[in-house]
Structure formats: C-alpha cells, structure tokens
Write a protein that binds this ligand. Structure first.
Ligand SMILES: [Zn+2]
Length: 346
C-alpha cells in the first residue's frame, strides 16, 4: 500500500483543536475531509471506521472567492501541519451546486463561489486525489457507507435544515443525474397554490417552504403573535428566540401547540415522501439535518401518510429512519465521499 505523505510546514492557523488529536502513523487509510458551509468551515482527518482523528473549525470567509479559498487552504494547511499525518485522498462536501464529474463548484447561494474548479485546485496543491460534491449528497453517502443505511442498496436521504437537501443511492451507488443536480427533493411542489419558494427557485408551494427550520421558526412566530396564552408567547416575552429548536424543545416537553406544529410538518413531509416512494421504490428514506433532531415527532406522522397514500407494494417496503450522523455529519460525509469514490479498492 502506497502512502502519500503530506507534510506541509504551513503556519498554524490557530483554529486546530489541540488535545483532540489521537492519530498515529498507522497503516490504516486516512482521508482529509472538508465541510465547506455557508457559515462554518471544518476540516478533519478521518479513518474508515469512521473516527474523526483531528478537526479544525472556523467561520467561513464569505467576502469574495479568492479570500474564501485562501482561508480554506489555510485551514487545511494548518490541520495537516498540526497532525503531521499521511492522508490518501481529499473529500469535500459543500453547500453549493456541484458538477461532480468536472469537479466544479457551479453556483452557490450562501458562498461567494461560482465556476470554481475546486477539485483540480486541491489535487494540484496537495498532490492527492480529490472529490467534491454537494453536502446533502455526501451526507447520503455517509449514511450508506457508515450509518443507518449500511447494506441498503436503494435509498434516499432528506437533509432538513434551513431548507431541504437530498441524496440518492441507486443499486448501491450515488445517483447524481445528468449534471449532478438531481435529488432536489425540497423543490417538489406539494401545494400548487402555496407560497413563493426562496432563493433562486422560481417555483411556488415547494416542500421546503412547508417543511424546514425556516417553516418551524415561522410557526413559532405566528403562535407567539396569535396566542398570547401560549408557551411561544411566554418564550418570546422572556427573550428566547422563536426558532426551530424552541419548537422541538416545547414539543418534547409535551406542549400541545408545538406538538401540533410537528404533526402538521410531519404530515406534509409524508405527502412529499409519498411521491418519492412511488417514484423511486426505495428500501429506506433517511432523514437528517437539524430538524431531524425531533425524531419520531416528525417521522411518525410522515410514516402514517405514506402508509395511507403511497402505492403498494412500495409503501409496505419502505422504512423511514432518522440519520445516524448529526454533529459531524458534514465531515463524515466528505470522508465517505473520498473513501467511496477515490479509495474504493481499500
Ligand atoms: Zn422551490
């Protein structure tokens, strides 16, 4: 087994988490994982367990493309210099539209990156094979390789955060569509008369307008305003922010209004999933992202809708399951991409 040893004597970036590094120059393959989000940039050294052997986190620089990329490379340089570890490949998950085959970041909503050949830039700079993909796709690959969908050959994943990202594993391999833009499950219409969608989507009534952290926050604000006797009004009066985690906390504490919000959210999620079940006949649908923290409060109504509305036999075959990874899902996903696409023979 050939190890490409990367020993960059770069200036330490100062954001490496000292004391959390438990690595050794072992024969176990390691990859460098990068999670490039709209607000947070993380880099990590990950093995195929997957164990995170070292991690650096910092706010994403969003002023312009050059500064964003310079900081990305500085973050990687700092982690590699700190760990002095041999990695065999680089995997990147990013909150952007990615052309996987060409290794390009095509377009971004929350990053200043457009038409960036990031894969080749990484390969040239570090002399290692690299792969980049959309963060929802790599989260899906992570659940398939390491998480709740191990051994499942036909699966879908919905990552529900501010909006909804999607991923597809078909016959055991990622399916990305013609140019890598597939699996935008958040932009399936569930109400033709629904509200305008956000960002660059020209559509109305998309699933993510109803099922997202943004939708939870809107429900919390509405309840606080309309129901002065509600727990939401009390939370607002005591200075708590009216957001998704508040709805989740109140629902888990048994608050009726919050439970009703999740019942409605889960029902609408089930309507969207019913279309996916009919179209894809998946063995499993995995739900991740911050909103998945609500667990069965969200998933049980969705399962009920699928059982009532989807076609047979697929409605009886699909399992709707919460994702295994949450906190470090982005880094584990980027590592899973590198292991799956670049080191498949290991
Ligand atoms: Zn949309």
């Amino acid at each position: 087994m050939v190890h490409v040893v990367v020993r960059l004597r770069a200036v330490l970036a100062g954001s490496v988490h000292h004391g959390s590094l438990a690595f050794a120059m072992s024969s176990q393959p390691l990859v460098l994982a990068v999670d490039l989000g709209g607000t947070k940039l993380a880099a990590g050294i990950v093995d195929d367990a997957p164990t995170l052997r070292g991690k650096a986190v910092r706010p994403t620089v969003t002023s312009d493309a050059a500064a964003c990329l310079a900081d990305l490379f500085a973050c990687i340089d700092g982690l590699l210099a700190e760990t002095q570890v041999a990695v065999q490949a680089i995997g990147v998950g990013t909150a952007s539209m990615v052309d996987y085959a060409r290794g390009y970041i095509v377009e971004s909503t929350n990053l200043p990156l457009r038409d960036i050949p990031l894969r080749d830039q990484l390969q040239d700079r570090y002399g290692l094979p690299a792969a980049i993909d959309n963060d929802a796709t790599v989260a899906c690959i992570a659940e398939h390789r390491f998480g709740v969908a191990r051994g499942v050959n036909d699966m879908l994943m919905l990552t529900i955060g501010t909006g909804i990202g999607g991923g597809i594993i078909a016959r055991g391999v990622p399916y990305r569509g013609y140019s890598g833009a597939a699996a935008e499950f958040g932009h399936m219409v569930i109400d033709v008369h629904g509200p305008r969608c956000q960002g660059s989507c020209p559509n109305s009534g998309c699933l993510e307008a109803f099922v997202s952290g943004r939708a939870l926050a809107a429900a919390a604000r509405r309840l606080a305003a309309e129901r002065p006797d509600s727990a939401f009004a009390a939370a607002a009066a005591s200075g708590e922010s009216l957001d998704g985690p508040l709805v989740t906390r109140l629902a888990q504490a048994g608050d009726g209004d919050a439970l009703a919000v999740y019942d409605e959210l889960g029902t609408l999620l089930g309507v969207g999933m019913t279309g996916l079940v009919n179209a894809f006949n998946p063995e499993m649908i995995v739900v991740g992202g911050a909103v998945a923290a609500a667990g069965d409060l969200l998933l049980e109504p969705a399962r009920r809708v699928i059982a009532a509305r989807a076609l047979r036999p697929q409605r009886d075959q699909v399992r709707v399951v919460r994702a295994a990874f949450a906190e470090d899902a982005g880094l584990i996903g980027a590592a899973a991409l590198a292991f799956t696409e670049l080191l498949a023979s290991l």
